[in-house]
Design a protein around this ligand. Structure first.
Ligand code: NAP
Length: 357
């Protein structure tokens, strides 16, 4: 067994020190993941085994230990991520659940440097009008112009809404799409958005006739110049396959909650990569709390003088995702954006990708 060096937290390192840290980081990862007969483990896991105390983390991870060295795990990382087209920013600021703080947080996010804003015309979870107020304040303050921004909003079916509807529920779905878009443009104070997303298909299993009608209506919105690009959200691979078979046009974006335990949505990401669809990942932190606390992630974070959250965002980008963050904390806004400057080793990316699924 290799002897493990005591991790040290790198502070502001000179380039040469940084080089030394990179070597150290590689060594750290190797030591964390390779113990005994190729079993993936960590000092924390070893201590748990020695103490005999069961741990939820150890129990949930134990079945995956053998997978790390499989050819499959290696093949996944071999594929290069799809580069983002130039006009799409590298991070999206999410505006859900911010209620009356929405305007001030949107302005703050733009001041911090975000240039992509994600919202939805779904008053239940988003205050889209408040997003528009934040944008207007930022324009007035000279922080940005509309042309600097990537604005994304969504059409949400009736079951996903509360009583505050942006359309007539008695109207045809195609008319609801047009009404919802008109309302979004009014809320956001613009004549077009950059991306219009179907918030979720009507069924958890199949791409239905209702989805087909909505998608065709969305393409008309695009053809009418009210959005540049189209997307779908909360989809499984099955939805995407059926959608691709049913329509001449596939989405530019897929926006999904990204669980590490599902291989970071491996199947959907692969579909997207093969078709040059940009995969937007949300809940990268909140859906993966155990990964955030994993010794590999905290070890890489220490090596990079970064936080575990920054490592997850850097990892997401390295595997080709466009990440979202919904932080309400100005310091976290800066940290999330700063994660773009992190460049993880392929070993670190491969290890994090294989951590939980
Ligand atoms: N399509 C959909 O159905 C759907 C569903 C959910 C979300 N979304 C979109 O995705 C956006 C983001 O949602 P989300 O679920 O990823 O995030 P979120 O629920 O808004 O939460 C992000 C969490 O991570 C924390 N955080 C962020 N940066 C951090 C950092 N650097 N260090 C420590 N903690 C940090 C935040 O805490 P602090 O606030 O304290 O920083 C917050 O608790 C939403 O606002 C929405 O636009 C879409």
């Amino acid at each position: 067994m290799m002897r493990r060096r005591k991790p040290r937290v790198a502070t502001k390192a000179s380039p040469s020190e940084k080089g030394a840290d990179s070597v150290f980081c590689g060594e750290f990862i190797a030591n964390v993941i390779i113990q005994g007969n190729g079993e993936r483990s960590s000092p924390a896991f070893s201590a748990q085994r020695r103490s005999g105390r069961p741990s939820v983390r150890a129990e949930t991870r134990a079945p995956h230990l053998g997978a790390y060295f499989s050819a499959h795990a290696r093949a996944r990382i071999a594929a290069m991520p799809t580069p983002l087209p130039g006009s799409i920013p590298g991070f999206l600021y999410g505006t859900a659940w911010k209620e009356e703080r929405t305007p001030v947080l949107v302005e703050l996010a733009l001041r911090a440097g975000f240039r992509g804003i994600d919202t939805a015309n779904q008053r239940r979870h988003y205050f889209e009008e408040g997003v528009g107020q934040g944008l207007a304040a930022a324009y007035r303050a000279g922080i940005v112009t509309r042309e600097d921004l990537f604005l994304q909003t969504k059409f949400t079916y009736r079951p996903g809404q509360d009583h505050r509807l942006p359309y007539d529920p008695a109207a045809r779905l195609s008319a609801q799409v047009a009404q919802s878009m008109a309302s979004s443009l009014e809320h956001l104070g613009t004549n077009h958005v950059d991306s219009y997303v179907l918030h979720g298909p009507s069924s958890g299993y199949d791409w239905t006739d209702a989805d087909a009608e909505v998608w065709e209506a969305m393409t008309k919105e695009r053809d009418g110049g009210r959005t540049r690009l189209l997307g779908v959200s909360n989809v499984a691979l099955r939805h995407l396959e059926q959608m691709a078979a049913a329509h001449s046009e596939i989405p530019a974006f897929v926006q999904n909650r990204c669980y590490a335990r599902l291989g970071w949505d491996r199947n959907v990401r692969l579909f997207c990569r093969q078709r040059k669809i940009v995969y937007q990942g949300f809940s990268l932190l909140t859906a993966n709390v155990e990964v955030l606390r994993h010794p590999v992630v905290s070890g890489v974070a220490a090596c990079e003088s970064a936080t575990p959250a920054q490592i997850i965002f850097a990892f997401a980008r390295a595997v080709g995702m466009l990440p979202l963050t919904g932080t309400s904390n100005p310091e976290h806004m800066k940290q999330d954006l700063a994660s773009s400057a992190l460049s993880l080793s392929s070993e670190a990316v491969e290890t994090i990708e294989s951590l939980a699924g």
